[in-house]
Design a protein around this ligand. Structure first.
Ligand code: SAM
Length: 321
């Protein structure tokens, strides 16, 4: 098995408070427990031997970690890494975008769950206009494509699908709709009724714009991507609930405190910090071989069983979404 993609969470802290992602009573990871940038780069470099080419920096909110551009720069120095992306809420992007660009960040995914300032605030406790400013600045700097991710929650923002498409056309960004996953039960109140199957959203868009044509977008990963007729805009759908995409998954996640998370459907994690901090290069290589075997076993287990996202006790903000 090859591992070609790693999502790297650099912090569990966030400057927003999305109700489905960040519980009130969250304990933060103590600073000394968080992986240093050099440790992350060391791991990424070691993983290139097993096919790693693409990384995505996330969190928590990656832009709240000081000098995050230094990590981008370190990763950029690894020749096998072809693509460095970042998922951000965009709140402070306007202030960071230039440094990120100069350090070698290739792509940006920006989360926006509502285009209505009031509802945006209700969901996130943040200001939509800050995010929009971040997108404008990033566009000017030449980030392309910029993808805007909207988690669709029935009864809350599911009536905004067409607004998001118009927004995509106006701002020249790709729009991706995401079904909400029941992660972190016990911390987060999740009900099945909150999930809006995205084929209904797709149908609504097609009624207005005509048939969406299957397309491709760099780094589309789990998203099914379509071309909007008559426009440059692409629309993506990520459907972990209505149409799971686990077959052949080779995605790994690195949590901020240094565990490799094999899959979002289980709590299986393999701590890597000790070997990164105190092991030899050979120890790290042996560790990675073990991770590859465990990932394959985990994939087989998921295929044969009824694991669901509700078997994952962590909320997304502490995993690295
Ligand atoms: N702070 C950054 C951001 O807002 O993009 C990165 C981390 S955030 C956890 C990444 C993405 O995960 C966001 O788009 C968020 O909406 C999404 N997310 C969080 N919890 C989710 C859930 N239960 N189901 C689906 N997406 C979720």
């Amino acid at each position: 098995m090859e591992i070609s993609y790693l999502r790297i969470s650099v912090t569990d802290k966030c400057n927003l408070k999305c109700f489905y992602c960040r519980p009130d009573n969250m304990d933060y990871i103590p600073h000394q427990e968080i992986l240093r940038y050099e440790e992350i780069a060391k791991l990424v470099k070691a993983m290139t031997k097993y096919g790693l080419k693409k990384v995505r920096i996330t969190g928590g909110e990656p832009l709240v970690r000081p000098q995050i551009e230094n990590l981008v720069y370190l990763l950029k120095q690894i020749p096998q890494i072809e693509d460095i992306g970042m998922t951000t809420n965009g709140i402070t992007l306007a202030q960071h975008a230039e440094k990120l660009k100069k350090s070698g960040l290739n792509r940006l995914n920006i989360s926006i769950d509502s285009l209505k300032p009031d509802l945006f605030y209700q969901i996130t406790k943040g200001r939509l206009e800050d995010v929009l400013e971040g997108i404008k600045v990033s566009k000017k700097l030449g980030f392309d494509p910029i993808k805007v991710n909207a988690v669709i929650i029935k009864g809350l923002n599911d009536n905004e699908a067409l607004d998001f498409v118009e927004f995509g056309i106006e701002y020249g960004v790709e729009v991706r709709f995401i079904e909400m996953m029941p992660l972190g039960q016990g911390y987060i109140k999740w009900e099945e009724e909150m999930v809006k199957p995205l084929d209904e959203i797709k149908q609504k868009i097609e009624e207005k714009y005509g048939r969406l044509l299957p397309s491709f977008s760099i780094g589309s990963g789990a998203a099914k991507v379509y071309q909007l007729p008559k426009y440059k805009t692409k629309i993506g759908f990520i459907t972990p609930i209505s149409n799971p995409f686990c077959d052949g998954c080779s995605k790994l996640r690195l949590t901020a405190e240094g565990s490799i998370k094999l899959c979002l459907r289980t709590d299986e994690e393999i701590p890597v910090k000790e070997v990164l901090r105190n092991g030899s290069e050979e120890d790290l290589d042996k560790f990675l071989q073990k991770v590859l075997i465990e990932k394959e076993l985990s994939n087989m287990k998921i295929q044969k069983s009824n694991y669901s996202f509700s078997d994952c006790a962590r909320v997304m903000t502490s995993i690295g979404g």
